[in-house]
Design a protein around this ligand. Structure first.
Ligand code: G
Ligand code: G
Ligand code: MN
Ligand code: NA
Length: 251
């Protein structure tokens, strides 16, 4: 209850901050994207999104919070543009509740209009389970894509791995869940599974991001593929003021 109350006040109390985690082209070693990850600093400490995002979903608070996240990411994109940073795509996580919201597309349009940011800088990350549970996922995704925003399937391979979600709409990016990479390390047969998914991505002209790269050993398994990597090996999620070293870095 304490958390719910605090969460409902968090936007006006300025307690949220976006961190950004690098996404790296494994062929060139260059930064090609940043995933925005929400952090909350209430007066009583700090609460992980693993804990507060589900509460925000249950209470519906994820709607205003999710809007805040998109708006904040847009403001940050504009700041980086003014600082002459390279053109880097920013990924924003969209939750189930937001995706079900009938006014979601309208709200996004409004933010784009207010902030006048180039939508091709933005990618929405939507998990495959959210897409499978939505009524008309392809309609909403098409609407998002018509605005010029890119769409990624998050946590792909964690649950259903249903190809049906990518059958009807043009998805820009498949994000392979980190559990798959863990499995590959333990069981070499899983490597064929990963290769198969990478092949599907190639066929559909979809970018592939492998998540949860933590070690050089894991990176070496992936070096021959034309894919993107994300994980603690490259960088933890960082606040904007700590990203200086990331822009021109060669991994
Ligand atoms: O960054 P971290 O590992 O703590 O994130 C934990 C979980 O919270 C992940 O599943 C991540 O997708 C989710 N998450 C982080 N930021 C956001 C956000 O802005 N919106 C939504 N819906 N989920 C987020
Ligand atoms: O559900 P989603 O994929 O959006 O969540 C991303 C989450 O994964 C964030 O909480 C982020 O902090 C976390 N994360 C990012 N890189 C790594 C990594 O290399 N290892 C682990 N265990 N978690 C990671
Ligand atoms: Mn994500
Ligand atoms: Na993910």
């Amino acid at each position: 209850r304490q958390i719910k109350n605090a969460l409902s006040l968090a936007i006006e109390q300025n307690e949220f901050k976006l961190f950004y985690q690098p996404q790296v082209d494994l062929q060139t070693g260059k930064l090609i994207g940043l995933e925005a990850l929400l952090r909350w600093y209430p007066s009583f400490g700090n609460v992980s999104p693993v804990e507060f995002i589900p509460i925000a979903e249950e209470t519906g608070l994820i709607l205003p919070i999710g809007e805040w996240v998109i708006k904040e990411a847009c403001l940050q994109i504009k700041k980086w543009k003014n600082q002459n940073r390279p053109k880097i795509k920013v990924s924003v996580n969209v939750s189930a509740r937001q995706f079900k919201d009938k006014e979601f597309a309208l709200k996004v349009k409004q933010i784009l209009e207010d902030e006048k940011v180039d939508p091709s800088f933005i990618e929405f990350e939507i998990t495959e389970s959210v897409m499978l549970n939505a009524e008309e996922p392809s309609l909403l995704i098409r609407e998002i894509k018509e605005m010029g925003i890119k769409v990624a399937i998050d946590d792909f391979g964690a649950g259903y791995s249903s190809l049906s979600v990518i059958k009807n709409v043009e998805i820009d990016t498949l994000k392979i869940d980190q559990s798959l990479l863990e499995n590959v390390m333990q069981n070499s047969r899983m490597m064929s599974m990963l290769e198969a998914i990478i092949g599907v991505g190639k066929t559909l002209n979809t970018k592939i991001i492998v998540e949860g790269i933590e070690t050089k050993e894991q990176l070496n398994l992936l070096n021959d593929f034309q894919i993107i990597g994300q994980g603690y090996f490259f960088s933890h999620p960082l606040p904007p003021e700590q990203l200086q070293d990331v822009w021109g870095r060669n991994w």
